[in-house]
Design a protein around this ligand. Structure first.
Ligand code: AHR
Length: 543
């Protein structure tokens, strides 16, 4: 959301607020390319592994918003849609195939008006509430803590629970983590047992409020920073459960907010220091082609809007780099994590749908927004420890869309990018330098090369991700593979008949990955032909 309570930036933070000039050379502030007189090339140093790409960069987010939880994940035991304890089989199966590493819940803005004790105990006795942020609908609390942790277990993922600072108390937050994770006969552990769960759950991630500058309380940075210290203190590690506490961070380029939170931790000199009282800071940034009031259509866009969207998506990397620079000042050994726990496209809702439900289609353009983000994430894996696309089902840039009438499920183009990139999870980042014969496009004072790339290695294999951002032209690229012998390769490509192609129940595979057959041996490595508006992955076997 836009940030009404922006902090006044001073010193370090204000120095970073100027737009990036876009130098056209590979650097740390955004996707870039070098000029070459030869053919387009992507140079990969296969023998120089860098930072580990945390699997948590492929994290997800599920809020009580529109049809994400209700109708999306949860249909109730009595539904005709096949389910386990009310949780849809098809959604779980689709997400298990992605190996999703973590799921953030219950919000978002909803987190700061959610009182967890309303969501436990017999369903028919749970109090109701108004979900004032999202459609002003009545929430019956039928999906609560036990249902969420059940979902986490069915998905084989890890829980990121987001607590309430805006309208909740310190005691409430403290009791929630006790309820979730304590093993003995403490009051909250006993209450959990009364509600049918014997053993504690693992909750490795806990959010200290959300968007405290806006929907989470309209606070000033210094005021929230003081609360973040206080609330975090009472999110205890119980029964061997080690929590990473994530303070509610900045929107977009509000570097002053990040600086205030780093000051609240203090300067961390030694490598052995465990940051206290919180261990990570979040950041939110959404991509849209219009202004906040009219963000643009998901499916109907001009070529100019295509490039504008991709240039804005590429800006996320600049934001990550600059927030990291602020953090480096106080934490040179990168012990505090940066967590981009809301990112993705935000379009006008689909015509005829509830404006408060944020339901949008998902095209090839969304797929390339995702692939551009991942390339940037891989380059900043030393500081960026987690990222959560918003949101998993039926809301914003979703992985899966479900039909409210028939219940049919479709996988989106974005889903396929997550699946094709899954091999980067916990692999070591490799430098991938893009060299292009043409000047990059200039958009809003920044450069947008028409090719984006990133790579990683697990030792015996390497995975290269390639995005052809050109709306209408195919591209032949040389993969200049250095430092290791390549003994085998395979490749897949994702594209559609047009840049706005998308999947529907009638045409579920209009945008789906297929084998890329246009890969040839080349004296420098491989030569690859990419169709227009496409994403490809090349998997290498290394000798
Ligand atoms: O993801 C939708 C909303 O966007 C979230 O609830 C909020 O945190 C952000 O403004």
């Amino acid at each position: 959301m836009s940030n009404p309570a922006r902090t006044v930036t001073t010193g370090l933070a204000s120095a970073l607020s100027a737009p990036s000039p876009g130098t056209g050379t590979t650097g740390s502030t955004g996707p870039s390319s070098r000029r070459t007189d030869g053919p387009a090339r992507v140079v990969v140093d296969l023998d120089l592994p860098g930072a580990t790409i945390s699997r948590h960069l492929y994290g997800h987010f599920a809020e009580h918003l529109g049809r994400c939880i209700y109708g999306g994940f949860f249909v109730g035991e009595d539904s005709e849609i096949p389910n386990t304890r009310g949780i849809r089989h098809d959604v779980v199966d689709a997400l298990r195939a992605l190996r999703i590493p973590n799921l953030r819940w219950p919000g978002g803005c909803f987190a700061d008006e959610y009182h967890w004790k309303d969501g436990i105990g017999p369903r028919e006795q749970r109090p109701r509430m108004v979900n004032s942020h999202w459609g002003d609908v009545v929430e019956d609390n039928s999906f609560g803590t036990h249902e969420f942790m059940d979902l986490v277990e069915l998905l084989g993922t890890e829980a990121y629970v987001n607590g309430n600072v805006g309208s909740g108390t310190v005691a409430e937050m403290s009791e929630w983590i006790e309820y979730l994770t304590r093993a003995d006969d403490s009051p909250m552990a006993s209450l959990r047992r009364e509600n049918g769960r014997e053993g504690p759950w693992k909750v490795p991630y806990f959010g200290i409020g959300n968007e405290a500058w806006g929907c989470g309380g309209n606070m000033r940075a210094e005021d929230y920073a003081a609360l973040a210290r206080q609330y975090s203190t009472y999110v205890r590690d119980h029964a061997g459960n080690e929590v990473t506490r994530i303070a509610a961070g900045a929107s977009d380029d509000d570097y002053g907010w990040t600086e205030a939170l780093m000051k609240a931790i203090g300067t961390l000199k030694g490598r052995e220091t465990k940051p206290k009282p919180f261990q990570a800071i979040s950041l939110h940034h959404y991509t849209m082609s219009g202004p906040w009031q009219d963000k643009g259509s998901a499916t109907e866009f001009t070529e100019d809007e295509w490039y504008l969207t991709l240039a804005r998506a590429a800006r996320t990397e600049e934001l990550v780099a600059r927030h990291s620079t602020v953090m480096d000042h106080y934490d040179p050994h990168k012990q505090v994590g940066l967590v981009l726990d809301e990112w993705g496209t935000w379009w006008n809702v689909e015509p005829g749908t509830n404006p408060g439900f944020l339901y949008q289609q998902n095209t090839v353009r969304d797929a390339l927004v995702a692939s551009l983000h991942f390339d940037g994430f891989h380059r900043h894996a030393d500081r960026l420890v987690m990222a959560n696309i918003a949101q998993t089902v039926n809301v914003l840039q979703a992985m899966v869309l479900t039909d409210p009438d028939s219940g049919a499920l479709v996988l989106t183009p974005t889903y396929h990018v997550f699946e094709m990139n899954a091999g980067h999870q916990d692999a070591a980042a490799l430098d991938a330098h893009v060299l292009l014969p043409e000047e990059p496009r200039e958009i809003e004072g920044r450069t947008l090369p028409s090719i984006s790339a990133s790579a990683s290695t697990t030792g015996e294999t390497a995975l290269i991700s390639l995005s052809n951002l050109d709306a209408s032209e195919g591209r032949t690229l040389v993969l200049d593979l250095r430092g290791r012998e390549v003994t085998g390769h395979s490749a897949r490509v994702l594209t559609g008949a047009s840049s706005a192609a998308h999947n529907t129940p009638e045409q579920p595979d209009a945008v789906a990955p297929v084998e890329l057959t246009t890969v040839r041996e080349h004296e420098r490595g491989l030569e690859v032909e990419l169709p227009p508006h496409s994403f490809a992955t090349v998997q290498l076997q290394l000798g």
